[in-house]
Design a protein around this ligand. Structure first.
Ligand code: F6R
Length: 612
């Protein structure tokens, strides 16, 4: 939630900041702003409610704002509605300090009351403004901006990535981080901060990740980093292994469509390096066979689509490992009293690696003594760094708010983890193991065949796009798949949608089915095919239209019952959701397109959910 970027160098800052904010807009897009410092103009703040385009208009694409040092922000509102006043940067009342912030200052009310009692007026309803005001309050008293920053950090509670400009600091800005992502970028004669590397990849691929409690003094010639005690810290530099083209649309009308189409390649990159001589290898895992055998129980914990991956994982891992696998929403796990101990492995799944609930659940699991493993896409993200073990999905940057390629890569990685563990436990037949491995290798090509021809799905989307309610049903793995299909549809098209285990529908929800209601029936799970067909018959009897997704081998049979059948290639049963999800993503995309929705940035959502 919220994106921040900062630049100091020889070039004009504002166009660079706006460019960076454009890449961060997926994190929040209800308002945007920049603060730039220049010798002649002093501290200039430009901000506006609405998309970045509004700010671009206000600043002549940044050209009208003089100065080579600045910070910027794109907002996803938490405290205070989206408005010009609530937009960042926030200025101190003496106009000497400007602050951009991602996160939440939990004790802001108390601090605001204190500052107001000192006669300091407030402009906005945000929690962030207290940082700017408190900073100036301390600065007025001690005259040392770094010392004042440390005093502020000692006083505020909550999560923050902060970018701070001080009028009296003409050649540097300050950054600080706790529980919100922030990285440092090292360019040629220039330096950056950003919530995410996509914002600065055009200028540099050399980055360092800030740790909680660290404060950075960012100058064109270099960046000094200090720990929570104010002692200098040497940062390890990393080189990002993808370039600017990966974070651009590349001719596609939307990032979502581009990312849907990138899935075969993304899955290939996740799978191939980890398959050697027909075996799954995780060189990055520091787990012995003995460690694996010591796990009597597994949890999978995540939010949203990542949780849906966990739902598939529960079915697949239990089948492969013959050990209990619980899947739990991170927002529930963190406040529950889960039965975990040192013999439990808790697997966290997160594209961003920054989701606050997942992060909190990870800390809880660790505090309870569990072993932890994270499946993450964003390299160097908080969850990746805090988990005992991390497996990266290597899907590349995912920009569209609705996840597609991250989902698919998480799915195959979890399947591979299941195979890896099963081998150590001896819980899978050699022949079955070999078949799954061979199908994993074949998966990208099969995905390509589904994506090669999307005309029929497009046609079905044009037929059903104006429905007000759509149901997804399926059994076992198809139920888990339906959850994802339904979420994809509702989040980008705003059509009400629900996913049900097919056998459950008649226990209440079937009363909502009437003539013409669209039911998306997922029938890829062959062992329960007949049962699913019976459920299709039940809803058809109440007047439902059926759009069915099934395997090529079952398509003809299903065609006898369902009018619209979308076949996907057959694969190993466990991997079938990796193919079944593709028509659902494409259907959601074209439905949203027909409805004129803002597909890459659906209303009320943000890519990285760093609030509770
Ligand atoms: C839906 C979607 C979200 C995320 C969820 C978790 O398309 O993208 O439901 O899956 O917010 O995010 P991560 O995986 O970053 O923890």
């Amino acid at each position: 939630m919220c994106g921040i970027v900062g630049f100091v160098g020889q070039e004009q800052a504002a166009p660079i900041l706006l460019d960076g904010l454009e890449k961060l807009e997926y994190r929040g897009y209800d308002s945007a702003g920049i603060a730039v410092l220049s010798e002649s103009k002093g501290l200039q703040v430009k901000k506006a409610k609405g998309r970045l385009q509004v700010l671009r208009g206000l600043t002549g694409d940044g050209r009208d704002v003089e100065g080579t040092l600045g910070i910027g922000h794109t907002r996803w509102a938490t405290h205070g509605e989206p408005s010009d006043l609530n937009s960042h940067p926030h200025l101190s009342s003496g106009h000497r300090i400007a602050v951009v912030h991602n996160g939440i200052i939990e004790n802001y009310v108390e601090i605001r009351e204190f500052l107001q009692s000192q006669g300091i007026p407030f402009q906005s309803e945000t929690d962030t403004e207290v940082v700017a005001q408190l900073l100036e309050y301390y600065y007025d008293r001690c005259g040392d901006i770094m010392a004042s920053v440390y005093r502020v950090l000692a006083r505020i509670e909550g999560a923050y990535a902060l970018g701070i400009l001080c009028r009296d600091l003409p050649d540097a800005f300050i950054a600080a981080r706790k529980d919100a992502p922030l990285l440092l970028g090292y360019g040629q004669g220039c330096s950056f901060i950003a919530s995410d590397v996509t914002a600065i990849i055009k200028h540099t691929r050399e980055v360092a990740y800030m740790e909680d409690g660290e404060v950075a003094l960012v100058k064109a010639g270099g960046i000094q980093v200090f720990n929570a005690m104010g002692q200098p810290v040497e940062k390890e530099h990393h080189t990002v292994d993808w370039d600017v083209s990966a974070a651009e649309k590349g001719g596609f009308p939307h990032f979502m469509l581009k990312e849907i189409m990138e899935q075969p390649e993304a899955v290939r990159k996740t799978v191939s390096p980890r398959l050697k001589d027909g075996r799954v290898h995780f060189e990055e895992l520091k787990l012995t066979a003995e460690d694996i055998r010591s796990f009597s129980r597994f949890f999978i914990v995540a939010c949203g689509s990542s949780y849906h991956v966990g739902m598939v994982g529960k079915y697949n891992l239990e089948r492969l490992l013959r050990r209990p696998v619980d899947v739990m929403l991170a927002s529930e796990f963190r406040y529950a009293d889960p039965l975990v101990d040192e013999h439990t492995l808790v697997i966290f799944i997160s594209q961003s690696g920054e989701t606050l609930d997942t992060m909190a659940a990870l800390r809880r699991a660790k505090a309870l003594g569990a072993r932890t493993l994270a499946i993450v896409n964003v390299v160097g993200s908080s969850i990746a760094r805090e988990a005992d073990q991390v497996l990266y999905t290597w899907a590349g940057p995912e920009i569209a708010v609705a996840t597609t390629k991250a989902y698919s890569t998480q799915l195959v990685l979890l399947d591979m983890l299941g195979l890896f563990f099963a081998q150590a436990l001896g819980s899978v037949e050699e022949e079955e193991y070999a078949r799954i491995v061979s199908e994993l290798q074949a998966l990208p090509a099969k995905m390509e065949t589904v994506l090669a021809d999307t005309e029929r799905i497009k046609y079905l989307a044009s037929r059903y796009f104006n429905h007000s309610s759509i149901f997804f049903i399926g059994r076992n793995l198809d139920y888990a798949l339906g959850l994802e299909g339904s979420l994809k549809l509702k989040e980008i098209s705003y059509i009400h949608s629900e996913a049900y285990a097919a056998g459950e529908l008649k226990h209440g929800t079937i009363s909502l089915i009437e003539k013409g209601t669209l039911v998306v029936a997922l029938c890829c799970y062959a062992p329960l095919f007949e049962k699913s067909v019976s459920n299709i018959v039940e809803v058809k009897a109440r007047g439902a239209d059926i759009l069915a997704v099934t395997t090529e081998s079952l398509a003809a049979e299903l065609g006898k019952t369902a009018e619209n059948v979308l076949p996907v290639p057959d694969t190993h049963l466990l991997l079938q959701p990796s193919l079944g999800v593709l028509p659902l993503q494409i259907f959601a995309y074209y439905v949203a397109l027909q409805r004129g929705c803002d597909i890459d940035k659906p209303r009320n959502l943000a890519k990285s959910v760093t609030v509770e």
